[in-house]
Design a protein around this ligand. Structure first.
Ligand code: ADP
Ligand code: MG
Ligand code: MG
Length: 191
């Protein structure tokens, strides 16, 4: 994807985050402090503004702007995680156009920073299957829906949600859902 196609993809993600603000916060209300939708929508609005005011020269510069804006506007646990993911993606995008490699770098950074493994009910439970599918060239809505349904059954052992113990079981993880919208937008952008 060139820089304009990548902007279109990310812009769809931002619009979706803004649309689903109430739902994401509702999910976070059940197993956290109820702010994930507000956090992500704030980051989305700010990043849309940043991209409108200055067109990035290439995909790497685009990911860098996204990283910096998300890092400074989202806050909480998810801001630094998304921020460092896009930072790693910006670095990888300098030398590669391969989306599997780019997202794998993002996932590595999320895991380095958050120390979460798959199965702990975090955004890793969306990124991990999505990256595996990208590597196998079979990322689809089904892969994402399955990952989302799986996070609902998991008990959280990382982040704020881990304080809820068994009560964290039943609904999807908010960060996994906001990440799902990123990959859904990617599927649409590639169609
Ligand atoms: P906070 O928990 O600080 O209020 P948010 O509500 O914005 O931050 O984000 C919560 C989401 O962050 C969770 O649903 C989960 O997906 C993700 N998260 C939290 N801790 C970790 C971690 N250690 N590793 C990966 N993701 C995490
Ligand atoms: Mg929260
Ligand atoms: Mg919070």
């Amino acid at each position: 994807m060139d820089v304009n196609e990548t902007i279109t993809w990310l812009d769809q993600w931002f619009d979706r985050l803004i649309e689903e603000k109430a739902y994401l916060s509702e999910l976070d209300q059940k197993i956290g402090d109820g702010d994930h939708g507000n956090n992500m929508a704030r980051g989305a609005v700010a990043t849309k503004e940043a991209l409108e005011s200055k067109q990035p020269a290439d995909v790497s510069a685009l990911f860098m702007t996204v990283a910096q804006t998300l890092m400074s506007k989202i806050g909480g646990a998810s801001g630094p995680l998304y921020g460092s993911a896009f930072l790693a993606m910006a670095t990888t995008a300098k030398n590669s156009e391969n989306l599997a490699d780019i997202f794998a770098a993002g996932l590595d950074k999320i895991q380095q920073r958050g120390k979460a493994e798959p199965g702990e009910k975090t955004m890793v439970d969306m990124w991990h299957p999505a990256v595996e599918a990208l590597k196998a060239n079979n990322l689809s809505q089904e892969v994402l829906d399955e990952a989302s349904a799986k996070t609902a059954e998991l008990k959280a052992t990382k982040g704020r949600a881990s304080y809820y113990g068994e009560r964290s079981i039943g609904e999807p993880d908010p960060g996994a859902e906001s990440s799902k919208y990123l990959f859904e937008a990617l599927i649409k952008a590639q169609a």
